[in-house]
Design a binder for this molecule. Structure first.
Ligand code: G3I
Length: 358
């Protein structure tokens, strides 16, 4: 076990966020590590002006929360739809940001037609490979030279480390992942290519991901990085587990990216649970929890900064608490800006961690 002390966190959590109003995260990042945010349509369309101002000032990388996924870019076999995706890419280019593509091959947000064959049967291997190749060629090809790196395959490994039996895996076989990387590299030889997944602090799942990555490397396919989504909670995973995962993933020789960082403050409750239990902060977040969130962010940035040679990117999955996918009908507080777009103590904590490491 690696021991890690959180000396920065303890001292800084009381600092008011206003003290850091004029600071930009991107200016404090160590060389070789970009800081980004997943953006939504109201943001890249400019409709959410307050958000655009913060994104432009604070970040030097963007990811698309939804707009570049399979379903939105190819809603039907014979129809691609790029209007929104083009605006996302242009938003980043206009601001000289590193533009990431998310994602090419996933079991979710992919139209049912992709997996259907003739006569209501599942599509066969050749049909699926042809559809995958067409999609990747068209989407990656369109943004050649504009999108810096792609999440080529998302979430292919199950919790026990085995291949997830997604419709892609069932229809093509385990080599669907290798094929996706091959097609992506053909479509843009200069783009970086990533494998992206969550719960990588769990040893069994991490071992499965490392095995998959090593298989791609053995096939001499291009792969540049592993995206660790980092959908975390206040107490879990433990800092030691986060650090161990980073060391192990970097042991493949690849860059590590924290591709979808947020800290979920709500309990996992069964459907239909009493609202007071399921949605405890509906009328506001107690200051004590606010401070815990700040300390948590300082701790995780402490790990990223300690291993700055391994980590090339940290991306928040959403800008403000109002934007987060983690609300889903409840009130969550997972990010650095609050619902009024004011920086939270967690923002100050990250600023201090970054300053402390300089
Ligand atoms: O686009 C439709 C819209 O037309 C419709 O009016 C609306 C009504 O609900 O739904 C819209 O689609 C939603 C879409 O987000 C865009 O807002 C989907 O229902 C909703 O399921 C979808 O959720 C996204 C989710 O991926 C889908 O699995 C979240 O916003 C997005 O944050 C989330 O992101 C994923 C990463 O891609 C992969 N890792 C996990 C992460 C969090 O789940």
């Amino acid at each position: 076990m690696i021991r890690y002390m959180t000396s920065v966190a303890v001292a800084l959590a009381v600092l008011p966020a206003a003290a850091h109003q004029d600071v930009a995260l991107k200016d404090l990042m160590p060389k070789g590590m970009v800081i980004g945010v997943a953006i939504n349509q109201r943001q890249f369309d400019g409709a959410d002006a307050a958000a655009v101002e913060i994104i432009t000032k604070q970040f030097n990388q963007i990811s698309p929360e939804n707009v570049l996924k399979f379903q939105p870019t190819q809603p039907a076999a014979d129809r691609y739809s790029f209007d929104a995706a083009d605006r996302y890419v242009q938003f980043g280019l206009d601001r000289h940001m590193e533009v990431v593509g998310h994602n090419l091959v996933w079991h979710s947000q992919t139209g049912a037609w992709v997996f259907q064959g003739a006569d209501g049967k599942p599509a066969d291997r050749d049909t699926l490979l042809a559809r995958m190749r067409d999609h990747i060629r068209t989407v990656v090809g369109r943004y050649k030279g504009k999108i810096h790196g792609w999440d080529v395959v998302n979430e292919a490994i199950d919790e026990d480390g085995s291949m997830r039996q997604s419709p892609w895996q069932v229809g093509i076989g385990d080599d669907y992942v290798a094929k996706a990387f091959e097609f992506a590299h053909d479509a843009d030889p200069d783009a970086e290519l990533y494998y992206n997944d969550f719960n990588l602090e769990k040893p069994a799942k991490r071992a499965g991901v490392i095995k998959l990555v090593r298989d791609l490397q053995a096939r001499k396919l291009r792969i540049d990085g592993i995206g660790n989504q980092a959908h975390w909670r206040l107490e879990t995973p433990a800092i030691d587990e986060i650090e161990q995962a980073l060391v192990d993933l970097h042991g493949t020789g690849l860059k590590v990216m924290y591709s979808e960082l947020d800290i979920n403050l709500l309990p996992n409750t069964p459907r239909g649970a009493d609202p007071a239990t399921a949605n405890p902060y509906a009328s506001g977040l107690p200051d004590e929890i606010q401070q815990q969130l700040a300390r948590r962010y300082a701790d995780v940035f402490g790990v990223f900064l300690k291993h700055r040679d391994a980590v090339t990117r940290v991306t928040f999955w959403g800008l403000s608490d109002a934007d987060s996918w983690l609300n889903r009908g409840r009130m969550n507080y997972p990010l650095l800006w609050d619902r009024r777009r004011q920086p939270k103590p967690a923002f100050s904590a990250v600023v201090e961690a970054l300053k402390h490491a300089r």
